[in-house]
Structures are given as C-alpha cells and as structure tokens.
Design a protein around this ligand. Structure first.
Ligand code: NDP
Length: 500
C-alpha cells in the first residue's frame, strides 16, 4: 500500500496535529483504499480554535482591518482559488469520489463567492433613523456577530464552506470550520490559500474530526455566537438543540425530497435530461436531488421509455475520467443506506424498472457503486417517496392535473427545491407560486448561483445562503442614540414620549 499523505490542521495561524496526537484515515471511495491521515481533533483543539478566533475578532488585527481591506483580501483569495482550482478539485475527487468534471467546474466557480462577498464587504451600511424624538440623533451600526462555527458535509466540501465563509468574512466575523470526517483534505489544502491571501492568524481555523468529538464541542462552545450547518436532518436537529442551549444564532440547510414535475406540454427531451440531471448527477448525493419525478398520467409511458433509455446509458467508472457520468457513493455508511432504501422500496411494492443494486466491475463499478435506479408505480405515501435517500434512486409518481401535482409535490416534510417542465407560462407561474420550496426551477434543474438566495422551506432548513441578504446571517444591528438635549429629564420615567 502506498504511504498515506499526512495532513495537519490549521488553528490560530499554525499547522498543528491534534492535541491528542491521534489521526484517522481518509478513504478514496473509488478504490476503497485509505490515502490520507487527518488529525482527530477533540474538545481541547476546538477550544484552542475558538479562542484563537475570538481573540482575532475581539482584539486581533482583524478587528482593526477595514471592510475595504477585508474585501481586498477576499478577492485575492478568489484569485488564488482560481489559480489552484484543478488541484483543489483533484483532492475533492480523491476524498469524495464525485466526478472530476463536476468538482472542477465547482472549484472554477468557487472564486465568485469571494469576489461577490468581497465586493459587498464595504457596502454594509447602517441607517440614520427618522427619530420621533427631538434632540436625538439615532443611527444603526451593522456589526459582525463574532465567532462562527461552520459544519459542512462530504458532498461538496469547499462549495458549502464558501457559502458560509465568504459572507462571514465580509461581515467581519471569524470562523472555525469542521469538515466532514470523510472529506477534510480539500479544506486543509484550501487553508494554504487563506494563509497566502494574508488573512491574519485566527480568522479562519479548522478542526478536523468526527461530529461527536469535534462538532459538538464546537456547537456548544460559549464563545461561538453563530452556527451555520449543512447536512442531514437528524444531525441538523441535534445541532439546533445544542445551539439553542447557548441561545446561538443558527442557519441550517438540511436536504429534501424535491419533486421534478413533468407536464404533458413539456419539451420531452429537455424534461428527460432535467429529470436525469436531478437524480443521477453527483450520484444523487446532493441536497437538491429531484428524487421524486412527478409525471403527468397522459405522457407516462412515452416519458418512461425515454427516461429509461437515457438512464441506462449512464457510464459508471473512475470519477477522474472525463467520460464518467456516475461515480461511487462517497461513504460506506451512505452506501449501506442507499441499498437499504432500495430494499425498502421493493418491499413497499414499488416497481424497479432500472438498476436496483450494486454495480459490478463489468459495469464500470467499483467498491461503493450503485446502479442508477428507477422505481415506477410509487405512491407518495411510501417511504421511498417521503425520506431522503441521498443516492441515485428515483421514484416516479403519476399525477392527473396541476392541482394534483401541487398536492403531491408539497406533501412531504421537506421544501428545498422543485422543478417544473412545461411550455405554458401561466402554468409555470402558478406552480412557482404554489410549490412550497425555497427554489423553483422552470425548464431547468440543479442551477445555483452566488447571486441567488438558497435555502429551505419547512424541514429543509432555516435561513438563506447566497445572494446579498445572506450576509445578514453574520451581522447584528446596534442602535446608537446621541442626545443633544439640555438636561437629562425625569430619571424615573422612560423616555418614550414622541414628539414632545
Ligand atoms: P451529517 O448530517 O451527519 O453530517 C454533516 C456534518 O455534521 C459533518 O461534518 C458531520 O461530521 C457533522 N456532525 C455529525 N454529527 C454531529 C453532531 N452531533 N454535532 C455536530 N456536528 C455533527 O451527514 P451524514 O454524512 O451522516 O449523512 C447523513 C444523511 O444526511 C445523508 O444520508 C443525507 O440524507 C443527508 N445529507 C444531506 C446533505 C445536504 O447537503 N443537505 C449533505 C450530506 C448528507 P462527520 O462527517 O464527522 O460525522
């Protein structure tokens, strides 16, 4: 076995091992072989990281850095990411097994977050309040909330960090990031760029390790003011509960069971590709997966024929190769979970019309490969239609008309995204209004932008990432009152009087 690449973590501007000296292995999901050694941080490392972040925010050079200078540093970081996009993508692919074509495109687009929010940094303004009191100048300051904990999953590590880190830095916060134990390496590579961009020590820190050992002490640390989390619903609930004990501000992005709704007036080939892209891109391991295809009854047979024909041709294989379309499942527990759900769907009576199990080497598969799987005859009350699988498994459900599509589309606890395929503009706008989801795509799917707000309705989450407003997640408002009155008035009476 080749020797493992040893990583250190980054705390207070230093490259350090875990205090305990312990490490854990990170596996390449394509080969199933370990390739890197990652520090196994615990509560003591978390405490060091949070103290470093707190000091940088409270009294370090960061506290004195102007918003304009912060923006400049962020743009420099964006440039460095652009120069190193391919190398970062290679590390991500090695760790999470997603396609090089997808991760490279993501890493090339990553700088935009640092440019966009870097540009916003010195445009955060308070306001002068039109006071109802004479002799008072009242204005607001919008100030950084403090130390932010950021917890991200394994599916798109650097992208999901950027969604949190860029607005937080623009706001003037400092950060401690905990990546998934399955995909820590790209964030540690990225930290070299953070250093080169000139961010002072303590502004961005990383604690690698497990959710229990590093994540929980981070969420509960008294000096953490805000928690930004992306991951599964169960973990999200736990993080929310722990953060609530310390009355911390929280944003959560928790995945979904998004409907991709195909009407009989769609352009059929576009809709087929849209449904494929919704569920088989990224091997279905994406929070916005269109895991329920809602297909109008009148076109069901024709649509299914085309869908199966295209999905059947999806090429599995080495995620590093440009021709590969479907890669491995990222983690062993996730692999088991997806197989369990395939079994559940079969037991529930859903009709498996494609795939339905592990993919062998003869099909391009490797250790953790699952064939693109399509279940037809699914009803929306089945578990396969209600619960997030996070893998290449599509449930097809038929509907009669718009009303039926809206009822089925909304009948899940989630509300992250929805797709609609129609050429009728009136129908498109009605669907966009009535679907309870944070993002609705009409005649497209899986499109995201730094400029556009992203987040969930219902149990898909709390708060918004991306877009200008996301910076508010990292700011708090202070109201400043300056009296120019003569004398101080009656000290026993609250100064509520309006214009007197
Ligand atoms: P988790 O939600 O468990 O992981 C997300 C992050 O939270 C990881 O960094 C994880 O660390 C960390 N974490 C885990 N437990 C805690 C805790 N108690 N306190 C603080 N942090 C914690 O995702 P999983 O990897 O277990 O995936 C489970 C399911 O979540 C998937 O099957 C999928 O349905 C969903 N998911 C949704 C994602 C999304 O984009 N919305 C992304 C990933 C998963 P560690 O990795 O070390 O456990």
């Amino acid at each position: 076995m080749a020797s493992l690449q040893e990583y250190k973590t980054h705390i207070g501007g230093q490259w350090v091992p875990a205090e305990s000296g312990e490490t854990f292995e990170s596996e390449d999901p394509y080969t199933g072989e370990p390739w890197a050694l990652i520090p196994r941080c615990g509560a003591r490392d978390v405490d060091k990281a949070v103290e470093a972040a707190y000091a940088a925010w409270e009294s370090g050079p960061w506290a004195e850095t102007t918003a304009t200078a912060r923006g400049r540093m962020m743009r420099k970081l964006g440039d460095l990411i652009a120069e190193n996009a391919e190398a970062l993508a290679r590390t991500e692919v090695r760790d999470n097994g997603k396609l090089m074509s997808e991760m490279h495109a993501q890493c090339k687009y990553l700088p935009e977050w640092y440019y966009f929010y870097g540009g916003l940094a010195d445009k955060v303004e308070g306001s002068v309040i039109a006071s109802d009191k004479p002799d008072i100048l009242n204005y607001t300051l919008r100030e950084p909330i403090g130390v932010c904990a950021m917890i991200v999953p394994w599916n798109s590590p650097l992208l999901l960090v950027a969604w949190k880190l860029a607005p937080a830095l623009a706001a003037g916060c400092t950060c401690v990031i905990k990546p998934s134990e399955f995909t820590s390496a790209s964030l540690l590579d990225f930290m070299k760029l953070v250093e080169r961009a000139g961010f002072p020590p303590g502004v961005v820190n990383v604690v690698t390790g497990t959710g229990k050992e590093a994540g929980e002490p981070l969420v509960t640390h008294p000096k953490v003011a805000k928690v930004a989390f992306t991951g599964g619903g169960l973990t999200g609930r736990r993080v929310y509960e722990l953060a609530a004990r310390g009355l911390k501000k929280v944003s959560l992005e928790l995945g979904g069971k998004s409907p991709n709704i195909v009407f009989d007036d769609c352009i059929m080939d576009d809709a087929v590709n849209g449904v494929i892209s919704g569920i088989f891109a990224a091997t279905g391991q994406t929070c916005i997966a269109g895991s329920r295809a809602l297909v109008q009854e009148s076109i069901h047979d024709e649509f299914m024929e085309k869908l199966i024909e295209v999905a059947r041709q999806a090429r599995m294989g080495d995620p590093k190769l440009p021709e590969t379309q479907v890669g491995p499942i990222t983690t062993p527990p996730q692999y088991e979970k997806v197989l369990d759900y395939i079994g559940i769907a079969k037991d529930e009576g859903a009709l498996c019309v494609l795939g339905g199990g592990p993919a062998g080497a003869d099909e391009g598969g490797g250790k953790y490969f699952i064939k693109p799987t399509i279940f037809d005859n699914v009803t929306n009350d089945m578990r396969i239609a209600q619960e997030e699988v996070f893998g290449p498994v599509l449930s097809v459900i038929t509907f009669k008309d718009e009303e039926d599509a809206i009822r089925i589309g909304n009948d899940v606890v989630y509300g992250l995204a929805a797709g609609v395929w129609t050429q009728n503009i009136k129908r498109a706008t009605i669907m966009a209004r009535r679907l309870r989801a944070g993002t609705v795509w009409i005649n497209t799917y899986r499109a995201v932008s730094v400029t556009s707000p992203f987040g969930g309705y219902k149990q898909s989450g709390i708060g918004r990432e991306n877009g200008q407003a996301a910076i508010n997640e990292y700011l708090q408002t202070k109201s400043v009152w300056i009296s120019t009155a003569e004398g101080s008035g009656n000290p026993f009476v609250m100064k509520v009087a309006g214009s007197s």
